[in-house]
Write a protein that binds this ligand. Structure first.
Ligand SMILES: N[C@H](CCC[C@H](N)C(=O)O)C(=O)O
Length: 280
């Protein structure tokens, strides 16, 4: 049997498995089966920890592989990064850790109130880094669907488009999300955020996630939303981002251009599963 921890960040939920001592051999098909909410454990993303030697000597660290419920691999997952940091803090009796992803090293710290801050690194703003299928101004993409148009785009290690809307509640997100996610302008698909700018320090956000659909929260999406809102003059460099599952505080730091994400984590339960019971 293979143990797992079921955690979430504002309701964006994860099955976290530890492959640091021996590889778990999680294929895309097996990830999809584990993530299935009827036949498996169920989650928005499956997270597999793998060995990572880098980071600060003496500080706990791990490589975090991120798998969507459709089996696709992602380069960033903000909410899961906080959850992995929480686990590493507990293992080492520390309140600092470094998590490696395919997109880079993410330092994490725990604050006095228990919330966890992750340095998600700098946003990538050029069209090739999002990526887009052709040269375009990432501040104003030639893209529209139904009532939304003219998004901005950036990468936080994964692709994000951000639409700005007068009101979130009336949007047909489930109707327009899939075709936007798969629009040919995004050769690697994209996470699609919808922002209602309440004030320069307060954004409302809903995200149709690539490979997962509507989630209660999206950490990298909140980072992209703040960055794109600031680029469009709709937000300060620091704002509270209110998602359906709760609030994150996002800062696009002026000194080094890194994006800091602060928010809570929660452990729902632990369990164990027989990997051989899932398709290889
Ligand atoms: N669906 C995303 C990965 C998870 C992102 C989200 N759960 C977060 O907290 O950042 C993608 O394919 O890029």
């Amino acid at each position: 049997m293979t143990p797992f921890v079921k955690m979430h960040g504002l309701g964006n939920d994860f099955v976290i498995m530890d492959g640091r001592r021996s590889p778990l051999g999680i294929t895309p098909a097996r990830a999809a089966a584990i993530a299935d909410r009827r036949h498996g454990v169920g989650c928005d993303q499956l997270i597999v920890l793998e060995p990572a030697a880098d980071g600060t000597p003496g500080e706990p660290g791990a490589f975090m592989r991120i798998l969507n419920p459709d089996g696709s691999e992602a380069g960033a997952c903000g909410n899961a990064t906080r959850c992995v940091a929480h686990l590493l803090f507990g293992e080492a009796g520390a309140d600092r850790a470094t998590i490696r992803t395919v997109s880079g090293l993410l330092p994490a710290t725990r604050g006095a109130d228990g919330r966890i801050t992750v340095d998600m690194g700098p946003p990538r703003l050029d069209w090739q880094s999002v990526p887009l299928a052709f040269p375009a101004d990432t501040l104003h993409l030639p893209l529209s669907r139904g009532p939304v148009a003219d998004p901005a785009a950036c990468s936080m290690g994964n692709p994000h488009a951000t639409f700005f809307v007068p009101a979130l509640d009336a949007l047909p997100l489930a109707a327009i999300g899939p075709s936007l996610e798969h629009d040919p302008i995004f050769p690697e698909r994209a996470n699609i955020g919808f922002v209602q700018a309440i004030a320069p320090d307060h954004l409302r956000l809903a995200v149709w996630e690539r490979g997962a659909g509507l989630t209660l929260a999206c950490g990298s999406g909140a980072c992209a939303a703040l960055v794109n809102a600031h680029r469009r003059g709709l937000a300060a460099r620091r704002a509270t981002v209110a998602l359906p599952g709760g609030e994150l505080v996002i800062e696009w730091r002026e000194t080094d251009g890194h994006v800091l994400m602060t928010g809570p984590v929660a452990t729902a339960f632990t369990g164990a599963l027989d990997l051989d019971g899932y398709p290889a």
